[in-house]
Design a protein around this ligand. Structure first.
Ligand code: C2E
Ligand code: MG
Ligand code: MG
Ligand code: MG
Length: 277
């Protein structure tokens, strides 16, 4: 009976797997069409200085609407990463973000910095530097306005190559950020060698920050470490005033989160920007 049960649950498991595979295949072909039909859009989540609440920049976040429904990036980015789609998608994001930033700056709006997420496969692609340089040249965006967000896993995948690439990017005048900092396996050993400008504190550190003493000590440690290394710290996913108060007390530089704003479509973000001096 136990054997039968195991076989039964295995069959169920197989079915669930098959279903998941089907869904990914379907998504991947939809993604291909979406790229051609310009079904993607960038949203912009404002970033604020902790000390005075001033809007200082934004993170561009990809949005895909399919048949009136938003499909979350957490679902379609991994699918795109399984194929070469991620390159086209990633460069689409960079091109649009740069063009948009140039347009806002030309209108005299105070956008100090625009952050763009770069996936691991895109970052390590042989043509990455060349295509990035060409996008920058075409948009004529001052490189120091652009911050590339790279996750910890990217760094660890191939440390020597990553360091070389990062140095090149810095030489081009771009700024670099380690996204979801503290969630990978990594950190301290290599951190001192990275030519980055910012680390982003993952939301998982922020959630219980106002209540959990250990989280508070960890965040405090990361901020101190970052200060010594000369990085800025941006906290992600700040939803409550209590969390912001702790970040303020600990000397965190910047934050983003629902407390002040969700990611916004371009026209709404630009209204926020216009109210900023
Ligand atoms: P991420 O780069 O860590 O982005 C932060 C995520 O947290 C975003 O989710 C944002 O909407 C969400 N968020 C911001 N504030 C809050 C808050 O106060 N509370 C909560 N609960 N969530 C908050 P989103 O837009 O769904 O993106 C998820 C992930 O997908 C991103 O994580 C990033 O890794 C990836 N992604 C998004 N856009 C792109 C893109 O253009 N290229 C690449 N390669 N990845 C992207
Ligand atoms: Mg990010
Ligand atoms: Mg992040
Ligand atoms: Mg995160």
């Amino acid at each position: 009976a136990a054997k039968q049960l195991a076989r039964g649950s295995l069959a169920f498991y197989d079915q669930a797997m098959a279903e998941a595979v089907r869904r990914r295949l379907a998504l991947s072909s939809l993604l291909r069409q979406a790229l051609q039909s310009e079904a993607f859009e960038l949203y912009y989540q404002p970033q604020y200085r902790v000390a005075d609440g001033q809007l200082v920049g934004a993170e561009a976040l990809l949005r895909w609407q399919h048949e009136g429904q938003f499909i979350p990036p957490a679902e379609f980015i991994p699918v795109a990463e399984e194929s070469s789609l991620i390159y086209e998608l990633g460069f689409w994001v960079l091109r649009h973000a740069c063009d948009q930033a140039v347009q806002w700056l030309a209108q005299g709006l105070p956008l100090h910095s625009l952050s763009v997420n770069v996936s691991a496969r895109q970052f390590h692609h042989p043509d990455f530097m060349e295509r990035l340089a060409s996008i920058l040249a075409q948009s004529a965006l001052a490189p120091h306005r652009l911050m590339l967000e790279i996750t910890e896993s990217v760094v660890l995948e191939n440390l020597p190559e990553t360091l070389a690439r990062m140095a090149q990017l810095k030489q081009m005048g771009l700024r670099l950020s380690i996204d979801d900092f503290g969630t990978g396996y990594s950190s301290l050993a290599y951190l001192k060698d990275l030519p980055v400008d910012e680390v982003k504190l993952d939301r998982s550190f922020i959630t219980r920050l106002a209540f959990d003493h250990k989280d508070r000590v960890m965040v405090s440690g990361i901020i101190t470490l970052a200060q010594v290394m000369g990085f800025k710290v941006t906290a992600e996913g700040v939803e409550e005033a209590g969390q912001l108060a702790v970040l303020h007390a600990l000397g965190c530089h910047q934050f983003q989160g629902y407390l002040r704003s969700r990611p916004l479509p371009a026209d709404e973000f630009v209204r926020r920007l216009a109210q900023t001096d």
